[in-house]
Design a protein around this ligand. Structure first.
Ligand code: HEM
Length: 383
């Protein structure tokens, strides 16, 4: 379907049931150009919802991903100082240790659900330990992030009969309260974690306010957990469906891993899209758009664009170059956690296939019913 949309001459307009609608940007060049011009393709009022969010939801969720410069730049500057390669480096030892422990447990447990026992704990424990969240809160944190990201998936939201908006509001406020508590604690008793770095003023006096801290925290736990978890699950699906690629990986793990990780992210596109809203009339790749138009940047489609990727539907870990836009296209919002995510996928794949070379999915992946995230909710595995 996306191939047909990429080939279409005309603009692709998608009407919504509320009378509004959006244009779909499905070609690589369209997605790239829109990302390069944030002054025209604004991330406000939101980058993560097709419809404009209700005010009570923005109050909690309006983080830097949905802001333009100069506010976005100011926030990104503060956070990236605390999110430096050095900071990430400090936690990469944890990534290796955790990967080893998860594979120990998997080897002991035998056939099981890969999502529950491997893909979920990996990013969750890393992001929680970076933030200094106590282990006792891990379960509630994942429950909240699931609900927030899986809006519309009946498995996650509203099983207790509550309506969607109420459930989402409750989960957002849970994450914000957890953050305020942690922030307060760290101001009194600083520790060696990200929250301490974010709540204490930096060299030139800039620090996050309480509300900004809550929003950033929500963004981090949500963006850090779900995306990486799904990338890991997709990796198992892909290597199970393509045993030749698995053999290639096994034949020279150190050499093949970097390319394999990029190809998993290209092929899976764990984040399907981001939204932008036009600040003025603009001609994009031969099509005229108007101020106020909403556009959706389809990363999954850009990553399959035959104009850029040869045999785009083939999973090929030797693909080179592989300029995929799975972490976003170059621009001010490019994924802050790309380095960390790649590290987690690399270490887990290395440990899994070195120890359990025959690890494979034994049935179809159960897909999450959500458009924003290419999610897998369960995936039986054996070895
Ligand atoms: C495979 C895993 C991941 C994928 C596919 C992914 C994908 C993305 C995408 C597509 C964007 C938007 C880019 C844009 O609008 O131009 C983004 C932004 C972001 N990601 Fe990731 N991400 C992943 C992992 C992570 C992790 C592990 C973290 C943090 C620990 C993270 C934190 C963020 C943040 C904070 C932003 C917003 C940056 C900004 O607005 O300036 N992501 N990510």
């Amino acid at each position: 379907m996306f191939a047909a949309l990429r080939a279409a001459e005309e603009r692709i307009y998608c009407p919504l049931s509320d009378g509004s609608g959006f244009y779909a940007l499905t070609r690589y060049e369209e997605v790239s150009e829109a990302s390069r011009h944030p002054e025209v393709f604004s991330s406000q009022p939101t980058a993560v919802s097709v419809t404009d969010p209700a005010p009570e939801v923005t109050e909690y969720s309006g983080s830097m991903i949905s802001l333009d410069d100069p506010r976005h730049a100011r926030l990104r500057r503060i956070v990236s100082r605390s999110f430096t390669p050095r900071m990430i480096q400090r936690f990469t030892g944890d990534v290796t240790v955790l990967a080893r422990r998860l594979v120990d447990e998997l080897a002991e447990r035998g056939p099981c659900d890969f999502v529950e026992h491997v893909a979920t704990p990996m990013p969750l424990q890393i992001i929680c330990s970076m933030m200094g969240i106590p282990g006792t809160a891990y379960g509630d944190v994942i429950d909240a992030t699931n609900a927030v990201l899986a809006i519309g998936d009946p498995d996650y939201v509203g099983p207790d009969g509550k309506d969607r908006a109420t459930t989402i509001r409750e989960k957002f406020s849970y994450l914000h309260e957890l953050m305020s508590d942690l922030g307060r604690l760290r101001r009194e008793r600083p520790a060696d974690d990200l929250v301490t770095a974010l709540t204490n003023a930096n060299v030139d006096g800039e620090a996050l306010t309480d509300i900004e801290l809550g929003r950033f925290f929500t963004l981090l736990v949500v963006a850090g957990n779900e995306t990486t978890r799904n990338a890991l699950s997709h990796a198992l699906v892909l290597f199970s469906a393509n045993p030749d690629q698995r053999m290639l990986l096994l034949s020279d793990m150190n050499r093949r891993l970097p390319g394999a990780v990029e190809e998993v992210v290209r092929y899976a596109s764990p984040v399907t899209w981001m939204r932008r809203t036009l600040t003025r009339d603009y001609e994009l790749q031969g099509h005229a758009y108007q101020a106020g138009d909403r556009v959706i940047l389809y990363y999954n489609s850009a990553n399959r664009d035959e104009a850029v990727f040869k045999d785009p539907h083939t999973f090929d870990i030797t693909r080179s170059p592989n300029p995929h836009v799975g972490f976003g296209a170059p621009g001010p919002h490019f994924c802050l956690g790309a380095h960390l995510a790649k590290r987690e996928i690399t270490e887990l794949l290395r440990e899994l296939y070195a120890r359990l070379p025959n690890l494979h999915a034994t049935d179809h992946a159960c897909r999450q019913r959500a458009s924003f995230i290419n999610g897998i909710t369960s995936l039986p595995c054996a070895f």
